[in-house]
Write a protein of this length. Structure first.
Length: 184
C-alpha cells in the first residue's frame, strides 16, 4: 500500500450530556476509537498458460507462474468501488502473451481498493469496593458497516480466470462485542 492515515481519538463524555444527571452510572463514560484510510495492496498479475514456454510451474503459496500477460498502451480506468460490478481495471489492455515470449505487463503495477474504516469503543469503569471494580465495554469494528474490498486476494489477477480483474473479496462486515470484566 502506498498511503496510510490512522487517527485515534478519546472523548470523556461530559456528565451534562448524559441525561443531565450526576451519579455512578452517568459519570466516567469514555468514547474512543480509530479511523483508518489506506490505499490498496498491489494486484499480482499472472498467467498460467505457460505461453512463454519456459515450463515453469508455481510451487508454493507465494510463488506464481512466470508468465504475465501482455500490456497494451492505454488508460487503466482504475475502479476502487467494489459495489458497482465493474472490474478493478481495464482488462482489455492485458491480452495473452505471444507464444514463446514473456508478457510485457509488470507483475504488480495495479493497486486494488483500499480501506475506509472506523472502529469505536464505549467504556465505563465502576468502582464497587476499594479492591473490586467492573469494566463495561461495547466495541464495534467497521462501525459504519462500509464494505471493505481489501486484501492481497481482493482482486483476481489471474489472466485465464473468467473473473480476471474483478473485485471478488471483502473483509468482515460490522462486528459488535459487549464485554464485562470483574477485577478483585
Amino acid at each position: 500500500m502506498k498511503h496510510s492515515v490512522v487517527a485515534n481519538y478519546t472523548w470523556q463524555i461530559p456528565v451534562a450530556w448524559a441525561a443531565n444527571r450526576h451519579g455512578r452510572l452517568t459519570e466516567g463514560w469514555i468514547l474512543s476509537g480509530a479511523a483508518r484510510f489506506t490505499t490498496g495492496l498491489p494486484v499480482t498479475l499472472f498467467d498460467n498458460s505457460d505461453n512463454s514456454l519456459p515450463g515453469t510451474l508455481g510451487n508454493g503459496a507465494n510463488n506464481y507462474l512466470l508468465d504475465t500477460p501482455q500490456r497494451l498502451p492505454g488508460s487503466l480506468h482504475i475502479n476502487t468501488n467494489g459495489r458497482n460490478d465493474k472490474p478493478a481495471f481495464n482488462t482489455a489492455l492485458f491480452p495473452e502473451e505471444t507464444l514463446g515470449q514473456l508478457g510485457s505487463a509488470r507483475r504488480r503495477e495495479i493497486y486494488g481498493p483500499g480501506i475506509e474504516d472506523f472502529d469505536t469503543k464505549l467504556k465505563k469503569d465502576l468502582r464497587i469496593t476499594e479492591r473490586t471494580s467492573m469494566e463495561l465495554r461495547l466495541e464495534t469494528f467497521n462501525t459504519l458497516n462500509h464494505a471493505q474490498f481489501y486484501g492481497p486476494a481482493a482482486v483476481d489477477g489471474q489472466k485465464n480466470d473468467t473473473a480476471f480483474g474483478d473485485i471478488e473479496r471483502a473483509q468482515a462486515p460490522r462486528l459488535v462485542q459487549l464485554a464485562a470484566k470483574f477485577s478483585f
